[in-house]
Write a protein that binds this ligand. Structure first.
Ligand SMILES: [Zn+2]
Length: 437
């Protein structure tokens, strides 16, 4: 069922990266958005320790239960439903212990309880309740979750994240990078960015962190005297601004203990987790890309190994008088019975993201290289005039033009392309945020 292919990022190094140190003070309210219990300790322990030391308020939102880790789930418990519940409980307890070491009180830890490995499905199907093959449910059941009883539903998850942002009123937000290899991280990144755009408070500083990137962190293992370096991918982006938080010897020791407190995870991947015990943590200030800019992609080397599957080799979006034009070039042809989906979620700053369209363009190659296109908004078919939406296919180049009126004067659009065959997702691009203004 789960055919989302994890892909790697690799790009050559360049040097046009600006660096700075993040400074906390007692007026700060720091919010960390963690897709899974352990992301806060792996990527943000220094943020937490520094904030606590400066008497800033610190909160963590755990979006999923973390109960998908099949290694752990099979090792510890034989029965699927109980296994996921028990593993979720174990991970909840581990998070509480870990964050106690870092200095966060239990009532500042918010467990939403959504399904591990379900967030991308929820994001790309914003009109149906997701059924998790892990929890065998469509709703949050875990009794420590603030959203107990809520459906695994896009509107609910997004509203909850937005609500927490409004309650907590953070001054600094740390959330996953949208180019992380883990699909939950990418989905949570987009939900967080959308919530930040909706709140539209220029005083909130936001930073993204990586947990999963190709060949990162290097070296692999416990090297507390080494610095955490950038995933290679980031270095190719000329506009990335990279920020650092440094750790003292004492803080490194605490981070080590906090990571080990996530015992169930530590047992299955100790070397990987210890690779985050370094002298520093690194973040980027996330920026939306401009129209016509080349869109960052996952590594071609790894994608080429996925035999027979098509994938995007280059992509961009530009604007002509009344249209936005999406261009992409494939590495190999689209096999029979496969579909290309283009997800387009426009957003206006300061306005409701839920009220805006959530488009999915479904594309199949027809006769004479014309593309058969269907347009859906939140799962419902949208009828459109031929002049307002068209697609052209030549060799491996795709061009899709969509009238600007469909974007309802949005400031940005979140965009992703995926390939499916027999309803099985073969490959997908990262989600991009593109500035339309
Ligand atoms: Zn994670």
């Amino acid at each position: 069922m789960f055919a989302v292919i994890l892909i790697t990022l690799s790009f050559p190094y360049t040097t046009n990266i600006a660096k700075g140190d993040i400074v906390f003070d007692n007026k700060d309210t720091v919010l960390i958005v963690a897709p899974h219990p352990d992301d806060e300790a792996l990527a943000n322990a220094a943020v937490i320790l520094d904030s606590v030391e400066k008497h800033a308020d610190v909160y963590v939102i755990f979006v999923t239960t973390g109960a998908h880790n099949t290694d752990t789930i099979l090792k510890f418990f034989p029965m699927p439903v109980f296994s996921s519940y028990l593993l979720a409980f174990k991970r909840y307890k581990e998070a509480v212990s870990s964050d106690k070491i870092l200095g966060i009180p239990k009532d500042h830890l918010i467990f939403l309880g959504y399904p591990d490995f379900g967030m991308m499905k929820i994001l790309t199907n914003p009109y149906i309740d997701y059924f998790s093959g892990i929890t065998l449910r469509k709703h949050v059941f875990e009794k420590w979750s603030v959203d107990r009883g809520s459906n695994y539903d896009f509107k609910v998850v997004y509203s909850e994240i937005l609500e927490e942002f409004k309650n907590i009123k953070p001054t600094k937000v740390f959330y996953p990078a949208q180019y992380d290899l883990n699909p939950d991280h990418r989905a949570v990144s987009i939900l967080t960015q959308a919530a930040l755009n909706e709140i539209n408070n220029s005083k909130i500083e936001s930073f993204t962190y990586f947990v999963h990137a190709n060949g990162w962190p290097t070296p692999v293992g416990y090297f507390p005297d080494e610095s955490l370096n950038l995933p290679k991918f980031l270095t190719e982006q000329p506009k990335w601004h990279v920020e650092t938080v440094r750790l003292s010897q004492n803080e490194i020791a605490k981070k080590f203990l906090a990571i080990r407190a996530h015992k169930s995870q530590y047992l299955s991947k100790p070397k990987f987790m210890l690779s985050f015990v370094r002298k520093n943590e690194i973040f980027t200030t996330n920026q939306c890309l401009k129209l016509s800019e080349k869109l960052p992609l996952f590594s071609k080397e790894i994608m080429r190994k996925l035999e027979l599957t098509p994938f995007v080799e280059s992509a961009s979006v530009d604007s002509s008088s009344d249209f936005y034009n999406i261009h992409f070039t494939l590495f190999r042809g689209v096999p029979h019975f496969s579909k290309i989906n283009i997800f387009l979620y426009p957003e206006k700053f300061g306005e409701s993201f839920l009220l805006m369209p959530k488009y999915r363009l479904e594309i199949e190659k027809g006769v004479n290289n014309l593309l058969e296109i269907k347009l859906f908004d939140r799962g419902k078919v949208v009828f459109f005039e031929k002049e307002s939406l068209s697609g052209k296919f030549k060799d491996l180049d795709f061009n899709v033009s969509i009238a600007k009126k469909y974007f309802e004067n949005a400031d940005v659009v979140f965009l992703m392309v995926s390939f499916e065959q027999f309803d099985l997702r073969l490959t997908e691009t990262p989600w991009w945020c593109i500035n339309l203004k």
